[in-house]
Design a protein around this ligand. Structure first.
Ligand SMILES: NC(=O)c1ccc[n+]([C@@H]2O[C@H](COP(=O)([O-])OP(=O)(O)OC[C@H]3O[C@@H](n4cnc5c(N)ncnc54)[C@H](O)[C@@H]3O)[C@@H](O)[C@H]2O)c1
Length: 446
């Protein structure tokens, strides 16, 4: 049955959630505190780059099933389901900063009381939050709105940026953490349009649901760090990490995904979630040693890459220009939060280098962080003009089959530092490039 749902926080998760829920017939009100974002959305502009989102959103807007507002009172008055898709950034010592989640819960509770809104509400938390958050949110309602019926549900989101619409529409699992049978029934009905063909709808206690989300991200980050750890070893002993990847990834017990060595994981989730679960576990005296190692390997991997670049120029990169292909933390997104490219760029800038970068989608988001410390090229080739070397930081498809002779003619020297291993070694040898990649032999021109 179609529901009237408010999405509180209209970012990567909230906008995709809102658009997909509207697409299957619900009436959705998306709330955000950012007036620019709300205005853009009201004009039909999609404020983020996410493949396929524009189509789903345009349909929902045309059918008048989605609207955008800054008015939380309207949301609480008119919607029985309030989905929190709010940021939980890293706070002090890496712990998840829950200020936005807690203050939104307090505000909703106060609105219920102030406007004497007596219909039962379900508050669904889709933000990634530490264990115990559902209980804390529940306590806020019990304390501030004791005469109002509010069920608090943990419903972690597993979508991947770049595939967010596809993932939301075809989830592998929906996890619902609650003990309220009413909430379970409503959540099942909301997700019924997306469940099927192998996907699971599972109901847990709130705490297990909250930990499952962190465990999923930490495990995937661990797979990446495992390969990155091995990559340095492979470089030293002359093995090829790509062969090792194929060798182990064909075993279904291991699985072939997330086994790519490179310059490490980044993005808005893995780094902050790894830090948050480490902090939360330390707080209760149960250190998670494998996850701690995952983080330190990741930090080391990107620093190691910078050192390799610097060492190639005998530590003297003052005044040298580097082209960077890819700024987004991964392809098919404009998200640059905790992007490894930024770590490399900052380190090179600090040593006096100049950077000209190209990213097919993330120039605008990069500009808000890097401002004019670097030059933004209009095309991949324009970035190469007069550069001493190319650094590949994101494996966008358009970098995979470039015009190598043109690249060689634009670079002052044909040198590539490939942080994503996108080219075959033998082919690079034939093409006459000096080619540094991760966990593989270095190709030198003589
Ligand atoms: N991005 C992902 O791939 C992803 C995937 C799964 C889970 N998550 C989790 O989902 C949560 C949201 O992540 P995101 O990437 O969508 O964040 P985001 O920063 O893209 O979006 C959050 C939005 O909330 C808005 N906001 C902040 N305070 C608000 C308030 N009081 N009321 C209304 N709106 C408010 C912000 O303006 C922003 O538009 C985080 O906990 C994240 O860890 C993210």
């Amino acid at each position: 049955m179609a529901q009237r749902i408010a999405v509180i926080g209209t970012g990567y998760v909230g906008l995709v959630t809102g658009a997909c829920l509207a697409d299957v017939g619900n009436e959705v009100l998306c709330i955000d505190v950012d007036p620019v974002k709300i205005e853009k959305l009201r004009l039909g502009h999609v404020p983020i780059y996410e493949p396929g989102l524009d189509i789903v959103l345009a349909r929902a807007i045309r059918e008048e099933r989605i609207s955008f507002s800054m008015d939380l009172v309207e949301a609480v008055k008119t919607c029985n389901i309030l989905m929190f898709c709010l940021p939980t950034p890293p706070g002090k010592d890496g712990q998840a900063d829950l200020a936005m989640v807690m203050s939104a819960a307090e505000r909703v509770a106060d609105i219920l009381v102030e406007y004497a809104i007596n219909e039962p509400k379900i508050v669904v938390n889709k933000s990634t939050v530490p264990v115990g958050t559902a209980a804390r949110v529940d306590a806020i309602f019990k304390h501030r709105a004791p005469n109002h019926h509010v069920d608090v549900v943990s419903n972690p989101e597993f979508l991947r940026e770049g595939f967010a619409v596809q993932d939301f529409m075809n989830p592998e699992r929906i996890i619902v953490g609650t003990r309220s049978s009413h909430a379970i029934t409503v959540m099942k009905s909301i997700y019924s349009a997306f469940i099927g063909r192998g996907s699971q709808f599972v109901v847990f206690d709130e705490k297990s649901s909250e930990i499952a989300k962190y465990a999923a991200n930490a495990f995937l980050a661990m797979k990446i760090s495992f390969m990155n750890d091995l990559s340095e070893y492979c470089e030293i002993v002359g093995a090829d990490i790509e062969n090792v990847r194929v060798g182990i990834g064909s075993d279904p017990r291991i699985g072939s995904r997330f086994l790519y060595a490179g310059i490490g994981y980044g993005g808005s989730c893995f780094p902050k979630d790894v830090k948050a679960i480490i902090h939360a576990a330390n707080e209760v005296g149960a250190p998670l040693e494998i996850i701690e190692a995952t983080k330190s390997v990741n930090d080391h991997q990107v620093r190691r890459f910078v050192t390799r670049i610097s060492d190639r120029f005998d530590g003297d990169i003052q005044g040298k220009r580097f082209a960077v292909w890819g700024l987004a933390f991964k392809p098919n997104t404009d998200d640059v939060r905790e992007a490894p490219s930024f770590v490399i760029i900052s380190a090179l800038l600090a040593k006096g280098a100049h950077i000209t970068a190209f990213d097919p989608e993330a120039a605008e988001t990069s500009r808000t962080v890097l401002r004019d410390t670097i030059t933004y090229a209009d095309s991949a080739y324009a970035a190469l003009d007069g550069a001493h070397a190319l650094i590949i930081a994101t494996e966008w498809n358009e970098f995979k089959e470039p015009d190598f002779p043109k690249m060689a003619s634009l670079l002052t020297e044909p040198i590539i530092f490939d942080g994503r291993n996108i080219y075959e070694l033998d082919a690079m040898e034939d093409r006459g490039f000096e080619y540094h990649s991760v966990g593989r032999r270095t190709i030198l021109t003589s």
